[in-house]
Design a protein around this ligand. Structure first.
Ligand SMILES: *[C@@H]1O[C@H](CO)[C@@H](O)[C@H](O)[C@H]1NC(C)=O
Ligand SMILES: *[C@@H]1O[C@H](CO)[C@@H](O)[C@H](O)[C@H]1NC(C)=O
Ligand SMILES: *[C@@H]1O[C@H](CO)[C@@H](O)[C@H](O)[C@H]1NC(C)=O
Ligand SMILES: *[C@@H]1O[C@H](CO)[C@@H](O)[C@H](O)[C@H]1NC(C)=O
Length: 947
């Protein structure tokens, strides 16, 4: 693969040099021709003074980008920071970037002058004295992670209006805009992303426009110069209008395009309008290209008279698109649906330009042949693992898409769309893709070498090879393991995380993982055109016998702690269920023999060393209230905001109190997927964007409608209010309102607040800022001393809750941490605790150390509950992550409690002991990448659902 690339490179270079020869040869020929014909034709041929210039430009038109032929002769990187010491990483498991074979070799890595100088066995003795040595102790080491879809720095964190520079709204097609012009240097995202191993990102303009503008590749480390330009990798010469150095080949340019919903929404148009925006822009670019080619044909033929009075045809606004047509630009297109791929593939063939990658591309796996028919080459597909269904274009998303596309030989890339998904967790996206069947090497390549190839930068990044940039990540576990995080990240030979606090993980976590088989599910995704049935294969009230059960976690009735009943015994056991209730469980098979004995009607399930564990409980999202967040007709809609406008008296006026139970929708795809991943119960508040959240309901995610037995677990779980900076009304006004309602519970709304102030109904206060949380603790104290009753108050959000861990513990205020791995999305939680390796403790560990009851919300993508529902399915992994990050504070049982019993406690769920759902997993347990959910046992519903 590599040899091919090098020879191709040389081919292009030779061609380029040939171009140069032609140029000077042509000029001298024309000059001699001119003098030769001077006597007879002097009046007729006017050679312009800048002829050499023009011929130079004409000769350069055919040149395409490639690395310089002598690239690997470099002894120092162009990005080398003088003074950087050489670095030796000893005893590592080196994954070099090759996709074709599993190529992880034990060895050392020597970095100097910003370049990888040696891969393999390096003896320290041969090196100078100034070498910093890192002993990797066998840990995995990979090339730096490359994110081909990032809005880092153009949409900096925390999000502030003064720096939202990702989308221009001035036109639907603006190829002249450049992301480099908006790279903010004060984005919290730089160090946050580096903490996840990101070393290089393609910074794309947003997707509001059909043509959003030019993108740029940057490395994330701070430079001495502190300027955006100094962060770029091989910036094109067009950047500053300097002429290409004729001794060097061109460098790649990048362009963002977007199809589908976004340009339609922003420009109040349709897909037809967007397609025309593309065609008219490319039509314009083609005219210019043809004019240039005609002009140059005449110039190189010496027909100067025909060009008299004409200048070289060009247009600064369209030159970047002309370069697309000349094959010098990597076109990156945001495109979701089959119809959009079809439009864009047609466009690429009409105007004859290749597409480097389709991004998001939620339906790509349904149309592989269409993708392969794009002009020139098959585009790479850059996607999310599970982030989906937020809009209708993403409705047919499949978590099996990466493996399906890989099977089709289509290049697979995982990307973040940072800050949509934080690029810090990009490697974990590859981990999820691997869990759902993407082969190990392709998964590793999907965030390293494949993006490097797609960017046209695989001569210097994406691989651990001699001569490549010294961008390297040392991992705390196998990079595809659950919760994998860097121990150290090196960019241009410079260690970036200082000091680094890697999580201490067992040796076994560096091993290759055994993930479940999903062949049937992947096939169904395609067979059902993206909407495979998600219900159980079988639902029974009869006897189900689970055999080969390694662990059987049950809740202790007294302490409500989880304990593994099978922990102390050798060998797996059996668990027998009838009518959705466990009737026998033992590691001694003969004790359950009467049930196990052949009865044709009994269902037998072999868990192959799997587990039984309590079903998970989710809260903090709008699951059960919507199908597609951005399609209002598929959701319950948004509650009135009584602080912003009078609620119609017919709806209760000041007595208005919405109840989620009245708006529940059962059987949504997010609900069923969450159910299939062990989340059996949800607590959701009405969808709201401001102060009054209303009353949440607890319900079963496995039920098909509200009237089914056990579908609604609790009509009213808790009373929700949100305290957030939103301009008007002020936070202090929101707090005044809450205080008023608690101390003067009058009118129709009164009884609900009385339930809060007499300690019956939990009050869930959504807040992230430590200042607001402190105010809530204060308010709780005030009301308690007034009423003489202890209030049940829970914080939801809690981005800065670690600041008040001690105070929260003392005040018995629990926290629903949402997202469980906080990040500085908004100003009111900029004081987030990043967690390992960027800080010693995680927020969860800090809270638990202070005896705060913690439950986990999903790892969603914005502040709105409605943008979290897709992520509920990952709750099991979020809990496991909390354990892996801080095993000394969060053991496996308390990790499970974070997503089950703690949530029940904080939300006031009154589930009788023994009525909790159980989840059976095959191959491993729920909190791992080995287990796969096989069945849900529900005493409340009296059933066992088998998938
Ligand atoms: C390399 O690391 C492995 C795993 O920790 C260890 O067993 C081995 O002894 C180390 N080898 C050297 C040469 O340090
Ligand atoms: C213009 O950009 C090119 C490519 O980054 C760079 O090599 C050159 O030094 C720049 N010229 C000036 C005058 O800044
Ligand atoms: C239990 O499952 C393991 C793992 O799949 C398998 O190797 C073993 O044979 C099974 N044991 C029984 C008794 O079925
Ligand atoms: C709390 O207040 C509600 C509403 O006024 C009332 O129905 C309930 O009995 C009270 N409970 C207690 C424990 O005081």
């Amino acid at each position: 693969m590599d040899k091919q690339r090098v020879s191709k490179t040389r081919g292009v270079t030779v061609q380029f040099l040939a171009g140069l020869l032609t140029l000077s040869a042509l000029v001298s020929i024309f000059q001699s021709h001119a003098s030769f014909t001077a006597s007879e034709r002097v009046k007729h041929v006017q050679i312009p003074l800048n002829a050499e210039d023009i011929l130079g430009r004409c000769a350069a038109l055919g040149v395409t980008p490639s690395p310089p032929a002598n690239f690997y002769e470099r002894t120092q990187s162009d990005r080398f920071e003088p003074g950087t010491k050489p670095l030796l990483i000893r005893n590592a498991t080196l994954w070099t970037g090759r996709q074709d074979v599993l190529d992880a070799v034990a060895g050392d890595l020597y970095l100097d002058q910003g370049i990888i100088q040696a891969v393999g066995q390096v003896s320290v003795e041969t090196l100078g004295r100034d070498v910093t040595v890192i002993d990797a102790n066998g840990a995995w080491v990979t090339p730096g992670i490359i994110d081909v879809h990032s809005h880092l720095a153009v949409e900096p964190l925390p999000a502030l209006e003064g720096a939202m520079d990702g989308n221009s709204l001035r036109g639907i097609a603006q190829p002249w805009l450049r992301s480099i012009d908006a790279l903010n240097m004060h984005d919290e995202g730089y160090k946050h992303s580096i903490a996840g191993g990101i070393t290089t990102s393609l910074i794309l303009p947003g997707s509001a426009n059909a043509i959003g503008g030019q993108a740029f590749v940057m490395k994330l480390r701070t430079t001495k110069e502190r300027s955006p330009t100094s962060m770029l990798v091989e910036p094109p010469y067009s950047l500053n209008g300097s002429d290409a150095d004729p001794s060097l080949p061109l460098r790649w340019r990048y362009m963002k395009h977007a199809c589908g919903e976004n340009p339609s929404r922003v420009y109040a148009g349709t897909r037809m309008d967007t397609a025309w925006a593309f065609r008219s822009a490319y039509g314009r670019a083609r005219q210019i290209k043809v004019a240039q080619d005609d002009y140059c044909a005449k110039a190189t033929a010496g027909e100067w008279n025909a060009l008299s009075g004409q200048t070289f045809p060009e247009d600064l606004q369209w030159e970047a698109l002309v370069d697309v047509l000349r094959g010098r630009v990597k076109v990156n297109t945001h495109c979701y649906e089959a119809v959009d791929f079809d439009d864009f593939v047609r466009l690429s063939n009409e105007f004859k330009f290749p597409v480097a990658a389709f991004h998001h591309a939620h339906e790509a796996y349904l149309v592989p042949e269409l993708l392969k028919s794009a002009y020139g080459q098959t585009p790479a597909i850059a996607m999310f693992s599970t982030f989906s269904r937020y809009k209708r274009e993403a409705y047919r998303h499949s978590e099996y898409a990466p493996r399906i596309l890989a099977e089709q030989g289509i290049p697979v890339i995982m990307k973040s769309d940072h800050p949509a998904i934080q690029s810090r967790f990009l490697v974990n996206e590859a981990g999820y893709a691997h869990y759902y069947g993407l082969p190990e090497n392709i998964a590793l390549a999907s965030v390293t070498s494949t993006p490097a190839v797609t960017l046209g930068l695989d001569h210097r990044i994406g691989f651990l090879k001699e001569g490549y940039d010294a961008d390297v990540v040392i991992w705390d576990s196998h990079p595809l393991a659950l919760g994998a995080a860097p121990a150290q990240v090196i960019i241009d030979g410079i260690a970036q995380i200082k000091p680094s606090y890697p999580a201490v993980k067992p040796k076994s976590s560096q091993r290759v993982l055994h993930t479940p088989k999903w062949d049937k599910e992947a096939k169904a995704a395609v067979d059902y055109d993206g909407l495979p049935p998600l219900g159980p294969a079988q639902s029974t009230k009869g006897v189900v016998v689970f055999t080969n059960v390694s662990s059987n976690w049950v809740k202790d009735r007294e302490s409500s702690d989880l304990a593994d009943l099978f922990a102390s015994t050798e060998g797996p056991g059996a668990v027998v269920v009838r009518g959705g209730r466990v009737v026998c469980s033992s590691t001694l098979y003969d004790q359950c023999a009467p049930y196990i004995a052949a009865n044709a009607e009994n269902v037998h399930v072999d868990l192959r060393g799997g587990s039984l564990q309590p079903g998970l409980i989710t809260t903090g999202s709008s699951i059960g209230l919507q199908e597609i967040a951005m399609e209002m007709s598929t959701t319950d809609g948004v509650a009135f905001d009584p602080l912003a406008a009078d609620v119609p008296s017919i709806a209760g006026g000041v007595g208005y109190m919405p109840r989620a139970v009245d708006g529940l929708q059962f059987g949504s795809r997010d609900a069923m997927l969450a159910y299939r991943h062990g989340v059996t119960l949800a607590v959701s508040a009405p969808i709201h964007s401001s102060f009054l959240g209303g009353l949440s309901a607890a319900f079963s995610l496995g039920s098909m409608h509200k009237l089914e037995e056990g579908a609604v677990v609790q009509d009213i779980a808790a009373l929700h209010v949100k305290l957030a900076p939103q301009g008007a009304p002020s936070v202090s006004t929101q707090v005044a309102t809450l205080r008023h309602l608690l101390l003067n519970p009058v009118g129709e709304i009164g009884p609900y607040f009385q339930l809060v102030t007499n300690g019956t109904l939990p009050l869930v206060v959504e807040a992230d800022s430590a200042d607001i949380i402190a105010t809530v603790i204060q308010l709780k104290r005030d009301v308690e001393s007034e009423m003489g009753v202890l209030l049940r108050v829970t914080i939801s959000g809690g981005g800065e809750s670690h600041v008040l861990a001690k105070e929260l513990g003392e005040a018995s205020v629990g926290v629903i941490l949402k997202p469980p791995r906080p990040y500085p999305l908004q100003w009111d939680h900029r004081r987030y605790l990043p967690g390992p390796p960027a800080s010693a403790d995680s927020t969860i560990a800090t809270l638990l150390r202070h005896s705060v009851t913690v439950a986990l919300g999903p790892q969603g993508v914005t502040n709105e509950d409605s943008m979290y529902t897709w992520a509920v399915r990952n709750l099991r992994f979020d809990a496991a992550w909390a354990h892996l990050e801080a095993p000394d504070v969060v053991d496996k049982a308390s990790a499970a409690a974070l997503v089950s019993s703690n949530a029940a406690k904080l939300l006031g769920l009154n589930i009788p002991s023994g009525d909790e759902d159980l989840v059976a997993t095959v191959g491993g347990d729920l909190l791992s990448f080995e287990g796969k959910v096989m069945a849900v046992i529900s005493p409340r519903r009296g059933t066992v659902d088998i998938f």
